[in-house]
Ligand binder design. Structure first.
Ligand code: ACM
Length: 565
């Protein structure tokens, strides 16, 4: 009896090992086999169906870059001995041995990956699904250079949990080159995420070329210095800092992302966080002739006369005036923005807009009366609704930070809930779409270690805490929960001066986030993720990514790291 029990235990542990794969995010269903398949210079990538070449090329490029293995791509090769990328639909799939079909699922991107001793078959429900199948396959290759790559026999049947799986990046507080943005998009793609929220305008810099308004980048893209250290800082760098993306570069990035099934959503901040635009065009302010206020205790470089691009962090009083001049300016800016970005959504900011200037402005007070608005919050709502109406007329939808709830939500707006979950809950109850980015779980500018050795903005969010997040708040009914499109991590870069620090801040938390967004809730398991995370660290080393090792420090392994929302 004892012997039988022991055998059962051993068998159970073997099964549990056998059921593990290194894949992150954890697939919806996975069965490990016994044998393996070897990819070598006799293997071809065979595509069966239009639109699959992007996935084939991605796989080809990865194998070439990492192993020096160049596999031909063909549309008519044998299945036997090859990697086949196809669609799960029977009519396209005629020539492919029917594998497990992707189950019907309202969130697009399902796929199956079948590895037998004879072949590898990826079947995507659509193009993106096939691409996700390739991402899973890539994760099975070894971390040693070889031209004979052995991968385990398995059967994966997979699908995303949420439609919106995002990463944000602030390129205004600090500016990052095009090559890094491409790398960032690769990070998103490898985690089967699908949205890059590109925060392009701020008090400290305007980063998108607008041909009609050249001063936005001539003046607005550069500041005369930057606070050193944590706010209010120990001094000023006294060095001009800045940069911007040309429209040609933006098109290149949007295309690069589209080739990886990532949509780029631009954010043009309004009415607050607009000091850089105002420095370029002072007439956008309620008080064009007043100089920019420099916060007390801040070391400033250069002139404080007139309108200045901000050199330090925070929230600033000088915001867009709700005048016809400003609305015309914004419409012209958005005309160029929508030419560059095909995304359904345009993010219009809406957060942290102080109302002091509007309170002091006779024009604003008159407008409040004339339009029958309650107060300055009503004026903010009027501002957002004007912009929404314009963008809706161009076939686009707006996303705004949760402050856009104040004074009344614009009719078709999607709310990005960042000050906790309350804004998201409220918006979903009002039948508006919601993207959850609550600070306590989704802010990757927070420190992830008690023993952090570089400056961060504050907050403490471990990889385990990120993993514990569920984007569906308990307060929502099943009906209202349908308005939650997904979640996103925000990466504000006040204290990320270089790309290596950005990587450090996002890894490994982004890997945890990918599982929050992709893996069915019942499949999520921290102990199981922990095991795969060890392998993920090896992958980061293999790919040359910088990452935090806070996970290994017992100081971070405390109950507060696992608090549930
Ligand atoms: C925000 O963090 N101000 C959206």
């Amino acid at each position: 009896m004892k012997k039988l029990f022991l055998s059962i235990c051993i068998l159970a542990s073997l099964i549990s090992i056998a059921q593990e794969s290194p894949i992150i995010p954890q697939p919806a269903s996975l069965k490990m086999g016994e044998g393996s398949f070897t990819v070598n210079n006799k293997t071809s990538i065979v595509t069966k169906g239009a639109g699959l070449n992007k996935s084939a090329k991605f796989l080809q490029a990865y194998l070439k870059k990492m192993y020096g293995l160049v596999l031909p791509i063909s549309t008519s090769g044998n299945i036997n001995g090859n990697i086949v990328i196809s669609y799960a639909k029977p009519e396209i799939n005629n020539n492919v041995t029917p594998a497990l079909k992707a189950v019907s699922n309202p969130i697009p991107g399902a796929y199956t990956l079948t590895i037998s001793e004879k072949e590898v078959i990826i079947e995507g429900e659509n193009e993106a699904g096939a691409f996700y199948g390739v991402q899973s396959l890539i994760q099975l290759f070894p971390f040693t250079k070889s031209t004979n790559l052995s991968i385990p026999q398995l059967l994966v049947k997979d699908q995303p949990r949420f439609a919106y799986r995002g990463m944000h990046l602030d390129v205004a507080r600090h500016f990052f080159p095009v090559d890094f943005l491409k790398k960032y998009i690769d990070f998103i793609a490898m985690h089967k995420m699908n949205t890059f929220h590109w925060h392009l305008t701020e008090d400290q810099g305007w980063r998108i070329e607008i041909k009609k308004y050249p001063r936005l980048t001539e003046i607005g893209a550069f500041r005369n210095g930057t606070t050193i250290g944590r706010y209010p800082g120990t001094g000023n760098t006294n060095t001009r800092y800045g940069g911007f993306y040309t429209q040609a570069q933006i098109k290149e990035i949007v295309q690069y992302a589209a080739d990886r099934y990532v949509e780029v959503i631009p954010e043009i901040e309004l009415p607050g966080h607009s000091s850089a635009a105002i420095a370029a065009y002072p007439e956008l302010s309620c008080f064009p002739d007043s100089s920019t206020k420099v916060p007390a205790k801040i070391a400033w470089n250069g002139s404080t006369k007139g309108k200045q691009v901000q050199q330090t962090w925070g929230v600033f009083e000088d915001v867009f005036a709700p005048t016809e001049t400003t609305f015309k300016f914004l419409e012209n800016v958005f005309d160029e923005v929508i030419q560059l970005f095909p995304s359904k959504y345009i993010h219009i900011g809406g957060d942290e807009c102080p109302k002091e200037a509007w309170k002091k402005s006779a024009y604003c007070q008159q407008l409040i009366k004339e339009k029958g608005l309650k107060d300055e919050h009503g004026l903010q709502s009027y501002f957002i609704q004007r912009v929404e109406k314009y963008l809706n007329s161009k076939g686009r939808q707006i996303i705004g930070w949760d402050e856009i709830l104040e004074g009344g939500l614009a009719p078709n707006a999607t709310v990005m809930s960042w000050r906790g979950e309350q804004g998201g809950i409220e918006a979903a109850k009002q039948k508006h779409n919601v993207i959850m980015t609550p600070g306590g779980w989704m802010y990757f500018d927070h420190k992830q270690s008690k023993n952090e050795d570089s400056v961060t903005i504050g907050g403490y969010t471990t990889v385990q805490k990120v993993y514990s997040y569920d984007p569906i708040p308990k307060a929502l009914s099943a009906e209202d929960a349908k308005y939650v499109l997904g979640a996103q991590a925000n990466v504000w870069t006040e204290y990320m001066t270089n790309t290596s620090k950005v990587e450090y801040q996002i890894f490994p938390r982004m890997s945890a986030l990918s599982e929050v967004l992709w893996t069915p809730k019942e499949q999520k398991s921290w102990p199981n993720f922990e095991k795969r995370l060890l392998n993920q660290f090896k992958r980061f080393d293999w790919l040359g990514f910088n990452y935090s090792k806070a996970f290994f420090d017992p100081a971070n392994n405390t109950p507060e790291t696992t608090k549930k929302p």
